[in-house]
Structures are given as C-alpha cells and as structure tokens.
Write a protein that binds this ligand. Structure first.
Ligand SMILES: [Zn+2]
Length: 311
C-alpha cells in the first residue's frame, strides 16, 4: 500500500468505528430504561442457554417460544420509544463492504476507490478541467486546419492512457501556442490517470519555478520534503514550460535534477517553445534538451493552430 492508499483505508476504518460507536452508544442509552435492560439481559441469557444445549444435542423444551415472547417484549419497549431493531445496528456509510474497504469478492470496494481518487485529486495540484475523457465534442470548436493535429494528439494521448504505466516512451511533450488545447488535453489525461488510482501532480511552470527557488533556499533537511511530490508522482505535468521566471543557477539545475530523478517515471510537459531554438538551449541547456528530445523515450505532439479560448 502506498501512502495515499493507507490514508484512504484509515479514513474508511474510521467510518466503520464511528458507525459501531454510534450504535453502541444508542444501546447504552436504552439500558438506562430498566424494562429494556431487564428484557435484553434475559434474551442474552436465553440465547446462551440455547447455544449450550444445542452443542450438547439436548432438546430446547419451551426455550425457543420463551425467546420469541421476550423478543416481542423487547420490540414493544423499542416501539414505545419510537425505535426499531434496525436503529440499534451500525449505520455503515458503504452498505457494500460495511466500511471494511473490501468487497465480497476480496477486491477493493468502490468506496475505497472513490476515497483514494478524492485524496489523489486533493494532492494533485490545480488541474484546469475536471474532464477525464477524450471526447470529440471539442473538435467543433477548432479550425479546420488544426483538426488533424488535434485528432492525432488526442489519439496518441488516449493510447498512452490505455498503456499506462507500461508505456515504451514514458514522456510526452505537447507543443502549441496559447489556447491550442494542449493544457486541456494534459488535464484530461491527468484526471483519467487519477481515476485509475495513480498519483498525479499537475503544476504550472510558474508554480514550479517558485518551488525550485524554495528548494534551492531551503535548509538541507527540508529539501527532500519539498521535492518529494514532484519526484514521487506516477505522472507529473509541467504546464507551459517557458512561461516561468528563470532564476539563474536554479531553474536549469533543478529541472535537470527533477528529470533525472524521474528517469523511470512519466512526465508530460506542455510548451510554446521551439526545442531547437537557440533561446531554448540558452535557458535550459543541452542536457535538458537531450532529455526532452530523446525520440525513444518522448512522444512529441503538436497542437498547432486553433485558439480554443477565443471561440
Ligand atoms: Zn465499500
């Protein structure tokens, strides 16, 4: 279990404990009624006696009919208080697994998956859309000349999603101008991966550069905590590389360090930049370039053309 799964599991067991505690509290309150207490004790004793006789293969005599009578009496007392037997049972928030997080066939229950997905969303950063499906409806908004780019990119991202995390090329770079739909597409992929239970971290390059600066200035013993979510996420999105503030001796080094730490993991970068331009090389250096331009490990997709934001 990873830390998110542990957290989801403990949230659900907490619900189970609360449901049981509430039920037991309701029963304690009822015990203050002497009639109820008396009849409830008698029923317990009688059940014990019946079980004992049963294990000895002895007859029960009139014990069973006595039990039925006592249970009727108990029900009557409950009814006089406006209650039923049902009110004394724990009210589990998930009737499928009774808040154990495990369904009858031994798999994780849907409630566990829902809880996990919620936790993952909370720790994923701000994702600009809640959509989690690659739909053709967006096509209507984009220009004819941009449609082929858009379709190709969506198809590629869709199959990336289906293969995740066993993709041959682990990284994606989406190229395109402002409003071309590349951020939207990466958000859809991010949400779909969260729904599959993966730990996703979505950050703008601007927020990332602030984090890099914080990392750079932090004392040694705090550095790891700052970098941890970036390094540990199953899928990291850096949105709009090139729009950030560049800090000398920080931005390039930190980005390279991050990409190196994530060598075995998947990272998606959206950018308006031309990787082959002199300015890219100047800002990020040859080593970042070679990581983003490695055809064996990077799927490069162009979103050139349409401006979705203006339509
Ligand atoms: Zn459940």
């Amino acid at each position: 279990m990873n830390s998110h799964e542990q957290q989801a599991f403990s949230l659900i067991s907490q619900k189970r404990n609360n449901a049981k505690a509430r039920a037991s509290f309701a029963l304690q309150e009822l015990y203050e009624d002497k009639d109820f207490f008396k009849v409830d004790c008698e029923i317990k004793q009688l059940r014990f006696e019946i079980a004992r006789l049963g294990s000895q293969n002895s007859g029960f005599g009139t014990l069973n009919s006595r039990l039925v009578k006592l249970q009727e009496e108990r029900a009557k007392v409950l009814k006089s208080k406006g209650l039923t037997e049902n009110d004394l049972l724990p009210k589990y928030s998930c009737p499928l697994c009774e808040d154990t997080a495990v369904s009858k066939d031994g798999a994780y229950c849907v409630c566990f998956k829902r809880e996990l997905s919620q936790l993952l969303k909370e720790s994923a950063g701000v994702i600009p859309t809640a959509e989690n499906e690659f739909k053709s409806s967006l096509l209507a908004k984009i220009s004819e000349e941009a449609k082929p780019f858009y379709k190709t990119a969506y198809r590629a991202l869709k199959s990336f999603l289906a293969e995740f995390p066993d993709n041959k090329a682990k990284n994606i770079v989406l190229f395109g101008g402002a409003g071309s739909g590349k951020t939207h597409a990466s958000a859809i992929l991010a949400n779909a991966l969260i729904d599959k239970g993966f730990f996703v971290y979505f950050t703008s390059s601007l927020a990332l550069s602030q984090l890099f600066l914080k990392y750079h200035l932090a004392p040694l013993n705090q550095k790891q905590d700052i970098f941890a979510p970036l390094a540990e996420a199953d899928f990291l999105v850096i949105d709009d590389l090139g729009a950030e503030i560049i800090y000398n001796n920080v931005s390039q080094e930190c980005l390279l360090e991050l990409l190196e730490l994530r060598a075995q993991k998947s990272t998606l970068i959206t950018t308006n930049l031309d990787l082959n331009s002199a300015s890219f090389n100047e800002v990020y250096g040859a080593r970042v370039f070679s990581r983003l331009n490695n055809k064996n490990n990077v799927i490069a997709l162009s979103f050139n053309g349409a401006d979705l934001r203006n339509k």
